[in-house]
Design a protein around this ligand. Sequence first.
Ligand code: HEM
Length: 401
Amino acid sequence: MAELSRRQVLASTAFGALGLVTPVSREVSPWTWSPTASIAGSGTGADPRQIWDTEADPVSAELLDSGAVPEVNRLLWNWNRNDQPLPGGLPGYLVDFIEEARQLPSWADRAKLETAATFNKSRGLYLNLLNGVGGGMLSTAIPKEAWSVYYSKGGADMEDRVAKTSLLGFSVGSLNAYRPDGDCIVQAVKTRLVHAAVRHLLQQSPHWKWGVPISQEDILVTWHTLPTYAMRKLREWQVPISAADSQAYLHVWQVTANLLGVRDEYIPATWAAANAQSDQVLPPNMGPTREGVELTDILLSQLAEQTSPASISRPLVNALARYLVGDQVSDWDQIKREPIWEPLIANAWPLLVKFREKLIPLPLVPEVAWVLDEAARQYILLFLTKAKETKIEIPTINRPE
Ligand code: HEM
């Protein structure tokens, strides 16, 4: 309770990058977000903090309890394409689940998904930086997510964990994401099974004391650190975005939320609804934890290894991370202050963006902007390379002791 109060006090001062506003105590307050603002347009209004994944949870639990996971992982290793039939030999109940879960929702709009793919490509540098580095730093400042990641299997090998998570991120952003030859449906359905396995496993961890993890609300919280946060930052950086592109970018993430098992009655229908829901769910779900601080340090060290020369690497990474997520979240994550680099980045990055968007000529871009440009490319390349080396698999254990 003491920690909660502290989080609320801290969160109440948060603003800026996330549009964080003064929170009410949602631990005790009722769920008020109206399903009329959702893709479904209506719903029960049931509290998503009390709903998990009715379809996937029993499937992963049964796979784990029956010892089938290693064989299932082996069989699913080469199940990669959206249009690929499932391999033979899988348990019938898993086949039934996947065949249902791999269907795009009836409201998925192929034309919008194509527009989103082109938008993701044209703004790839910003979006990958925001979703990778920005989203990463935000997720470590979400206590329930930091605890889940830390105490699950991947928490002991963050390099692999980041690589696996990047797989879905890059997949959402790829040109053929939801085309038959793409792989976004496969990655999302595998992730849904992983989340269901984590729900089952974490409750058996001696360290776990936070109830059933990864509720529908928790997934929404993380979702807002991806598209909602990214769109807010693009607007803040004054990146010109057509209405069609903005709608399409929202749409690809709406479809992804559905495939991750979020019920349509919680998926925001518009950006206005997304921003409102983000303002409601983020502040009470963010704050500092020991685990989040440790994970942040590991993630930033990994990035620093990619930056040269070594003398500027960690300060540059710290300052860029602080720039992306703002002081409040950075302080929670205990990202070091960098008095030299922080003002340089705050000045140079918007100019770099304006130049890339052909809004200002080259001479107005300071030299240091190219260091940032190169660093951003290196970070994205790191995630891309690592992602290619791995695949999403259902875990069988928690974090090894
Ligand atoms: C696993 C993405 C929400 C905790 C994964 C994986 C992906 C992913 C791609 C597979 C990578 C792997 O196996 O390591 C997402 C997305 C989310 C989301 C896109 C929301 C839009 C959440 C939330 C939590 C969470 C809300 C916790 C509160 C985990 C954990 C794993 C995982 C603990 C497994 C790590 C392991 O096995 O070690 N997630 N996730 N995720 N996710 Fe999520």
